[in-house]
Design a protein around this ligand. Structure first.
Ligand code: R1P
Length: 298
């Protein structure tokens, strides 16, 4: 039956050996991987792979995967949709169908919070990634299993912010060197990932009182870096977090194309976005191929 799975208390598999959500099995994917949000971006980047090398898979849970070779080296491109949760599905299930170290680069889109980084520019998360998440207990006004005074403290703030988690310097330096040989305007920056797109990225929604005016300004103080965040999106923090905690070595890198500038409200045009997606694809595929993935160590 379609719903039937094995291993329900761990990573789930279909009886034919495919992981439950990606619907891929051992041999379908490479140890070098690019992950993106949209299937169209994955498709565009897959067109940079060696002619006639590409196989594609579409899962019923919205993961679209292309595996082929880039200049003779096997690589995979996966679109995951949006948010940390989808990154969690992808990284864990990918690890379950591969053996040994992995290298993963996210190519995303983002909002620039740096007034000097306009729409159309690319930013890498070389300085790390902060996670911004809603403190649900703030709105509940209660907290489980703690005394009243502790509950009051824990419920006070509407949003929580982590310190920056970092990706692989080695992989991100390779990305930087490949970006240098293009005309793409690239900066290295500090990323923040919102648990949600609206409230956690300080968007005003007239339907809710999200108490989120302090979300981005507070990051200057809480990040402990002495600087403000440069760009905001939704998946990089989870990728860096899972790469750090994995028992198998994972080198992780991330870059994002600024769709908008949140200070100036400027927006990228569709042609420039398309061009940047292709340029990022080329630079990141080249970086992945240069990395000695098999010899990565924890
Ligand atoms: C929101 O519009 C989506 O765009 C950004 C955010 O991280 C979020 O996933 O990235 P992608 O274009 O890669 O999806």
């Amino acid at each position: 039956k379609e719903e039937y799975v094995t291993n329900p208390n761990s990573v789930l598999f279909k009886p034919d050996g495919r992981v439950y959500h990606l619907e891929l099995k051992e041999g379908d994917v490479a140890k070098r991987l690019i992950t993106v949000g949209s299937p169209n971006r994955a498709d565009l980047i897959s067109q940079l792979l060696d002619k006639d090398s590409v196989k594609s898979f579409v899962s019923s849970r919205q993961f679209t995967t292309f595996t082929g070779t880039f200049k003779g080296t096997p690589v995979t491109i996966v679109s995951i949709g949006m948010g940390s949760i989808m990154m969690d599905f992808m990284v864990r299930e990918y690890l379950a169908i591969t053996n040994g170290p992995l290298a993963i680069i996210r190519i995303g889109t983002c909002g620039s919070f740096n007034k000097d980084i306009p729409p159309g520019n690319v930013i890498t998360a070389k300085e790390g990634s902060i996670y911004i998440y809603r403190n649900y207990m703030h709105w509940d006004g209660t907290y489980n299993n703690v005394d009243d005074a502790t509950a009051k403290t824990l419920c006070a703030e509407p949003y929580f912010f982590t310190k920056p988690g970092k990706g692989s310097d080695q992989l991100q330096d390779l990305m930087a060197s490949h970006f240098k040989s293009t005309n793409v305007p690239v900066s290295e920056g500090l990323n923040a990932c919102g648990e949600t797109f609206f409230a956690c990225q300080r968007r005003e929604d007239p339907s809710y009182d999200d108490e989120n005016k302090g979300v981005i300004p507070n990051l200057t103080n809480l990040a402990g870096t002495g600087k403000s965040i440069d760009f905001c999106e939704m998946e990089t923090h989870e990728l860096f977090h899972l790469a750090k905690l994995s028992k198998t070595p994972i080198a992780a890198g991330a870059c994002a194309i600024a769709l908008v500038n949140r200070h100036t409200s400027g927006v990228v045009g569709p042609d420039q976005l398309h061009q940047r997606e292709e340029e990022c694809g080329k630079a990141c595929l080249s970086a992945l191929v240069d990395l000695d993935v098999s010899n990565l160590k924890k």
